[in-house]
Ligand binder design. Structure first.
Ligand SMILES: [Cu+2]
Length: 305
């Protein structure tokens, strides 16, 4: 999770500017440090030393130390502005459109052209530009996946865009980068860059109708459908709530609660019993499920792949 190992065109552009600024400031630090050391030694007070020559109102000096910083700023500004324009440009045709909604304290990802909705784990194909539309219903968040792109703010009522082409399949961690309340620090995400055929398989799996569960999972489904869950969560074909993450293929996610916990039966069971105990401020209330009920519902949710 480091900006200095970029894995997209966007992240490479950012690193380029970052490198220019780093080397420019290293150079300035050296010049200033060495000059200071030289002055301290050369003009130090010695017994019987004369006062050094005093300089006042030296026009050439004044001009020099006005122009030098202006040049430094120019060296930094030109590539920075170029990169700002490049990373704001509209993505080319063929880009995959994805809507990113920042919510307290999780991420929703919608693929309007593919009819897929998921949360906290964004799948993108390697080598194809993706065009993110950043929007959000509550407060300001910031989308940041150091190796791929960002930071770009997610501002309610204002559409921001971010486009990048991921280069290498793998899993990349991201984090909300704008303080947004109690569990801001727990608002992580994962971007999973798939090879193109693996991405196609993932999309097909997301769109497939969920099978009918059996055994413990069937019990869990019965509890789910008669609980408040259905008012907040969508499971395609079962419920249409919109306050919490879409759970249609919850079992295919690697993590739970915006990257906080591994997606295991134990963690899901603990989560269902008392979400705010695991994630401070979580906007899912404890629903009074017993251990056995929570296990059954966890079995059901894990079966949704
Ligand atoms: Cu945040």
């Amino acid at each position: 999770m480091t900006t200095v190992v970029p894995r997209s065109d966007f992240a490479r552009d950012i690193l380029h500017v970052y490198a220019i600024i780093t080397w420019a400031t290293v150079g300035i630090a050296l010049v200033v440090g060495i000059t200071l050391a030289w002055v301290l030694i050369r003009f130090r007070d010695r017994p019987g030393a004369q006062l050094p020559v005093q300089t006042r109102g030296h026009t050439a000096l004044e001009i020099a130390w006005t122009i030098a910083p202006a040049l430094v700023l120019l060296v930094i500004a030109v590539p920075t502005i170029q990169v700002i324009f490049r990373t704001q440009a509209a993505p080319g045709p063929g880009a995959l459109e994805i809507t990113v909604l920042g919510r307290q304290w999780w991420w929703e990802f919608r693929y309007p052209t593919l009819d897929v909705v998921t949360a906290n784990e964004l799948h993108v194909p390697a080598g194809r530009p993706v065009a993110l539309r950043l929007d959000g219903p509550d407060v300001i968040h910031s989308f940041w996946v150091p190796q791929l792109g960002g930071k770009r703010d997610v501002v309610p009522g204002r559409l921001n865009r971010l486009a990048f082409t991921a280069e290498t399949p793998g899993e990349y961690r991201g984090q909300c980068a704008e303080f947004c309340g109690t569990s801001h620090a727990n608002m992580g995400m994962r971007v999973i860059v798939d090879a193109p055929d693996a991405f196609e398989r993932w999309v097909a799996a997301q769109r497939a109708a969920p099978g009918e569960p059996s055994g413990l999972a069937a019990e869990g489904k019965a509890i789910f459908t008669r609980s408040a869950c259905v008012g907040c969560h969508t499971v395609r074909g079962v419920s249409t709530g919109a306050l919490g993450p879409d759970l249609t293929t919850f079992g295919s996610r690697r993590t739970l609660a915006a990257g906080m916990l591994p997606n295991t039966v134990e963690a899901v069971t603990a989560w269902l019993k008392n979400p705010p105990a695991l994630k401070p401020g979580a906007k899912m209330p404890p629903l009074g499920l017993t251990e056995a009920q929570a296990r059954a519902v966890a079995a059901y949710l894990m079966s949704l792949k």
